[in-house]
Design a protein around this ligand. Structure first.
Ligand SMILES: NC(=O)c1ccc[n+]([C@@H]2O[C@H](COP(=O)([O-])OP(=O)(O)OC[C@H]3O[C@@H](n4cnc5c(N)ncnc54)[C@H](OP(=O)(O)O)[C@@H]3O)[C@@H](O)[C@H]2O)c1
Length: 310
């Protein structure tokens, strides 16, 4: 029996806990909110899932406490998918603590954790060499909670989006540099720099989402482009269009991967694209056993077997 405790009582924890409760072989504690922090983080469960925020700095002490109590940790914080891309000192410190305690830390989810990294690496398995990569997603954001939506850039006036983009309060979707570094690390490529763009998409009419309503003239979504350079040329391009009603723009949700190779290109496509809520919860639930079985330390999806529903 694997005991799993959840910290953060939002969508991901609730959905993932429901999946595990429906399976044999798991005992589930929580989800616990901020007021019951220690019941999750000090539980000494086999695995603690931390699904609270996106930022490494904000989860570092939570990861430390869970690891210190002897638990493996899976966190959906996007910056945790490759923590060295953000803060090598924090990553090294927690990696060392995990090794000392004999447990594993993993940043997991759909994106990062699958669509822009694990699946991309799998796709490179059928070519003899990789010249460059292009990964595109069109994502229906309507099912996200309001905190996440506002932070990524939805339901803002033009001024508030611009001010948030400048101050860092509006982030767009987080995790592209992390995914790119995960893929680069596995393929032995050194990324020289990553260029990034974030553009608003405004609503022409009122658009209801599950947790808020976007008014006409506010941001209904955004376009992001990340371009990682290696050997002086674009090596990995990522395009992400997120919108609360993509079909209103004439866009179908989509996941597409192009692997450009001297020996012949490969194109993989999922239509409709992967559902953000369902897929993220599934990846986290399907990561419990691989994290329990993994070598100690802070690992990434590049170093683990695929997530499978077991
Ligand atoms: N890697 C991926 O693919 C992936 C997939 C899904 C989600 N995520 C990320 O995972 C996080 C959780 O997602 P979600 O959809 O579950 O969000 P959510 O529905 O907004 O839930 C977040 C929960 O965590 C709590 N929380 C927020 N900040 C906290 C903190 N610093 N300490 C303790 N509790 C805190 C919130 O409580 P309050 O209401 O009290 O603030 C809320 O209960 C988000 O940052 C999201 O971007 C990543």
């Amino acid at each position: 029996m694997i005991r799993v405790a959840f910290y953060g009582a939002g969508q991901v924890s609730t959905n993932t806990a429901a999946i595990l409760r429906s399976r044999d072989g798991f005992t589930v504690d929580g989800p616990f909110d901020r007021g019951k922090r220690d019941e999750a983080l000090r539980s000494a469960a086999d695995v603690v899932v931390i699904a609270t925020t996106s930022f490494l700095a904000a989860i570092a002490d939570d990861v430390r406490d869970a690891v210190d109590a002897g638990s493996n940790v899976i966190t959906t914080a996007e910056e945790a998918a490759q923590p060295w891309a953000n803060d090598a000192a924090t990553a090294d410190r927690l990696d060392a603590l995990a090794r000392e305690r004999g447990v594993t830390i993993l940043g997991a989810g759909l994106n990062p954790g699958f669509a822009f990294d694990a699946l991309v690496l799998t796709a490179t398995g059928v070519v003899a060499d990789v010249e460059s990569l292009l990964v595109r997603r069109v994502v229906d954001l309507a099912g996200f909670g309001d905190t996440v939506l506002r932070r990524i850039g939805v339901a803002h006036s033009p001024e508030s989006f611009e001010e948030g983009r400048r101050s860092g309060a509006v982030t767009g979707h987080i995790g592209f540099p992390q995914s790119m570094q995960v893929v680069a690390g596995r393929l032995g490529v050194t990324i020289e720099r990553i260029d990034r763009e974030l553009e608003p998409i405004f609503a022409e009419s009122e658009l209801p989402a599950s947790s808020l309503t976007v008014r006409a003239g506010e941001t209904a979504g955004f376009r992001q482009r990340y371009r990682a350079f290696a050997d002086g040329r674009p090596w990995f391009e990522a395009e992400f269009t997120g919108h609360v009603a993509p079909r209103a723009l004439g866009l179908e949700p989509l996941d597409a991967i192009d692997v450009r190779s001297a020996g012949g290109d490969v194109h993989l496509e999922a239509r409709p694209g992967l559902d953000p809520q369902r897929s993220s919860a599934a990846v986290v639930a399907n990561s419990i056993r691989r994290v329990v079985d993994a070598a100690p330390g802070w690992t990434t999806v590049a170093d683990l077997p695929p997530a499978v529903p077991a």
